[in-house]
Design a protein around this ligand. Structure first.
Ligand SMILES: [Zn+2]
Length: 103
């Protein structure tokens, strides 16, 4: 024997859980958006200090350097320039600029 009041209660419960579910999904989505923004901020840290170009990490002569894809500027961390210059004087410089100019 089904009681119409019981059915209504059940329907309300289902509606309640459906709303709860949606709340959880929305919270998850908000958290994912926040994490995505944090990721974007981290990517922004790899932007060229000179222009708004993106720094691309490349291995040059075995040393990691950041090269801007817009102005072509090369950015080195402390020690990287020293590591490069120690390798072969100023030869790497002309080769670096020569390779980017030929593009
Ligand atoms: Zn740049």
């Amino acid at each position: 024997m089904s009681n119409p009041l019981d059915d209504r209660k059940k329907a309300l419960e289902e509606d309640y859980f459906r709303r709860k579910e949606r709340e959880v999904i929305e919270k998850l989505r908000a958290r994912m958006d926040a994490e995505k923004e944090a990721g974007d901020a981290a990517a922004a840290a790899h932007h060229c200090p000179k222009c708004d170009g993106k720094l691309v990490e490349v291995a040059f002569e075995g040393v990691q350097i950041d090269i801007c894809d817009k102005c072509g500027g090369a950015w080195l961390d402390a020690g990287e320039l020293e590591a490069l210059t120690k390798k072969d004087g100023s030869g790497w410089l002309s080769r670096l600029w020569g390779s980017s100019a030929s593009e």
